[in-house]
Design a binder for this molecule. Structure first.
Ligand SMILES: Nc1nc2c(ncn2[C@@H]2O[C@H](COP(=O)(O)OP(=O)(O)O)[C@@H](O)[C@H]2O)c(=O)[nH]1
Ligand SMILES: [Mg+2]
Length: 205
């Protein structure tokens, strides 16, 4: 029997740093001996898949770009058929896989994943969106298994008080985890790696 493969969604608004997070996590998790594949979702292109392929972190065949051609949240929630087929292909071709990431095409604060498609999902926002983001109480932010608040480095440049976010976000998350990251320097990424190895992998390392 094949070993169980964990499926982890990466959702959140366009530009929050979902692909950047993957670019950081893939090498860190590969160093731990994990076998990884990625499915990316884009509206009408395979831009994110092409970007990840060009990095050379993974064999190119392990990165599949799905062109959703519709609302990005439909492809990860209401009708995840295209994504399920891509995941199935990867599982059949690479029985050694431990983890498949599924990056959403990016959407608003309402984007959540269907648990038919993923075992867990991370919702990525960035501080550039404003310190009122937690107070907007969006389903993605509230319900995700992990919230990553990215680009903490730009807070002073965009007039955002990170302390306000740190104080208010936990109330809206109701005890669920939040990790603050800077994908340019790597701050916080060790915590995201721990979350994945401890809470997401079906066969813990
Ligand atoms: N300053 C800063 N820029 C970041 C960070 N993470 C991502 N970016 C930049 O934000 C932009 C959007 O990132 P991307 O990963 O494409 O976002 P996605 O649409 O959510 O996949 C890119 O120009 C990244 O280089 C961060 O932590 N700090
Ligand atoms: Mg992206």
């Amino acid at each position: 029997m094949n070993k169980p493969v964990a499926r982890l969604g990466i959702g959140g608004p366009v530009g929050s740093g979902k692909t950047a997070l993957l670019e950081c996590l893939i090498p860190l998790l590969s160093q731990k001996g994990l076998e990884i594949a990625v499915v990316t979702n884009d509206l009408l292109t395979t831009e994110d898949a092409d970007r990840l392929k060009s990095r050379g972190f993974l064999p190119m065949e392990r990165i599949i770009g799905v062109e959703t051609g519709s609302c990005p949240h439909t492809a990860i929630r209401e009708d995840p058929t295209m994504n399920l087929l891509a995941v199935q292909d990867l599982e059949l071709l690479y029985p050694q896989l431990d983890l498949i990431f599924i990056e959403s095409g990016g959407d608003n604060l309402a984007s959540t994943f269907s648990y038919d498609l993923v075992d867990a999902y991370i919702f990525v926002i960035d501080v550039g969106a404003g310190d009122d983001i937690p107070r907007k109480n969006g389903p993605g932010f509230v319900q995700a298994d992990l919230v990553v608040i990215n680009k903490i480095d730009i807070a002073p440049h965009v007039g955002v008080d990170l302390e306000i976010i740190r104080q208010q976000a936990p109330e809206y998350r109701r005890g669920k985890p939040i990790i603050y990251t800077n994908c340019k320097t790597g701050v916080g990424l060790d915590k995201v790696v721990d979350f994945i190895t401890e809470k997401v992998l079906l066969e813990p390392t």
